[in-house]
Design a protein around this ligand. Structure first.
Ligand code: FES
Length: 137
């Protein structure tokens, strides 16, 4: 596994996402309230471009006619057939033990750390004033 600088934090504000290509893989980087997560841009159902899907929350129904909406902004709906995935883990909402979108660890590194740890900077201009979003692939 190697580490790659994929964006500055200012490029992906809370609620936003960015598709990046790392070692030939398209990965969606998501910011949920300041936490960053990476998902492979290929739906495990039939290969749809998952990371372009609608971002929503979790809807649960304890009984007919009643529902609870939680986790706003943490669920990703595939644009092809509507399968939903937890952005934090990649697990399917309806069958989390059996179906999972590939996820990648993402962290924020200070500008100085990026230079000290010799991460691979592919497309981002180097600056010591910004924090960087880093994905492990
Ligand atoms: S390809 Fe994603 S739900 Fe079918």
């Amino acid at each position: 596994m190697s580490r790659h600088v994929v964006a500055t934090t200012s490029e992906i504000p809370p609620g936003a996402r960015k598709r990046v290509t790392v070692r030939g893989r398209v990965i969606g980087i998501f910011n949920i309230n300041g936490e960053y997560f990476g998902l492979f841009d290929r739906c495990p159902h039939q290969g749809g471009s998952l990371c372009g899907g609608f971002i929503t929350g979790l809807v649960e129904s304890p009984e007919p006619g009643d529902y609870i909406y939680t986790r706003r902004g943490e669920i990703l709906r595939c644009p092809w057939h509507g399968w939903e995935f937890d952005i934090r883990t990649g697990h399917s909402v309806t069958d989390p033990d059996a179906i999972r979108a590939r996820s990648y660890p993402v962290e924020v590194a200070q500008g100085g750390e990026v230079l000290e740890r010799h991460l691979v900077a592919e497309t981002v201009p180097v600056s010591v004033e910004e924090n960087y979003v880093v994905v492990d692939v």
